[in-house]
Design a protein around this ligand. Structure first.
Ligand SMILES: Nc1nc2[nH]cc(C(=O)O)c2c(=O)[nH]1
Ligand code: SF4
Ligand SMILES: [Mg+2]
Length: 227
């Protein structure tokens, strides 16, 4: 069984454009799993792991049917941290052989070989000290190195100040992350915060030669969930 986040009384599966990262703007079906191995102070999906909204259990067949409801052959598996449930995922992905699958992950759990085979793109978002997590739990250079070696991974870092960006470059080097695979993204939970942060992050992106990622779903829908 898969445990999905619950939103408005339903398992959270929705159709939207990818709001962040290397495939920003692409139509995708999103499936949000419950549970996380970290606890970021600014998490925008805490309801998926902090117990305020109980998870919904779906069989692989039920989850695949809900995904296939949408006329879209690109799937984003997100959370929470989807790799907490990695053993249950091949059963779902075998039922979706025509889908290209992206996974949003915090990069602190290593996907096994079977899952590496199924996932076409990892959107890795390693957590910096400003996330409030214990660094030894959140920053796993060996796992990030392995993900970088797959050549399927992009690394998006949430930045709130210029020191964060300098830190990203230092840490990325330590974890074997190629500079051209890094994106920096504004820390923002609302459209207002995003409007303030976007020009700052763009200026850092130019200064440090790093790719910028917007957060289109926040720009368009604000802090609304399930979009
Ligand atoms: N449109 C849209 N794009 C997203 N990219 C990553 C998301 C996430 O919550 O992981 C997300 C999300 O929740 N919505
Ligand atoms: S890793 Fe992601 S889902 Fe988990 S607490 Fe941090 S932001 Fe939230
Ligand atoms: Mg998110």
């Amino acid at each position: 069984m898969l445990k999905l986040a619950q939103l408005h009384g339903e398992p959270e599966i929705f159709h939207s454009i990818q709001g962040e990262g290397a495939s920003q703007g692409t139509p995708c079906v999103f499936l949000r799993l419950a549970g996380c191995n970290l606890a970021c102070s600014w998490c925008d999906t805490a309801y998926s792991w902090n117990g305020t909204s109980p998870a919904v259990k779906l069989s692989p067949e039920e989850a695949a049917a809900a995904v296939l409801h949408y006329p879209c052959r690109r799937l984003v598996i997100t959370g929470g941290e989807p790799l907490v449930q990695q053993k249950a995922l091949p059963g779902l992905l075998r039922l979706l052989p025509e889908h290209f699958v992206e996974m949003e992950t915090n990069g602190a759990i290593l996907p096994d070989e079977e899952l590496l085979h199924h996932i076409g793109q990892f959107n890795v978002s390693p957590k910096l000290p400003h996330s409030g997590n214990d660094a030894a739990r959140a920053w796993k250079p060996d796992i990030l190195r392995r993900l970088a070696e797959t050549k399927k991974a992009w690394f998006k870092f949430v930045a709130s100040c210029e020191e964060d960006v300098a830190g990203v470059l230092r840490l990325a080097q330590q974890a074997g992350i190629p500079t051209e695979r890094i994106l920096i993204m504004p820390l923002a939970a609302s459209r207002e915060e995003l409007d303030i942060m976007r020009p700052r992050v763009v200026a850092w992106s130019l200064r440090y030669g790093l790719r910028f990622s917007d957060r289109l779903h926040i720009a368009i829908w604000g802090s609304k969930k399930g979009v």
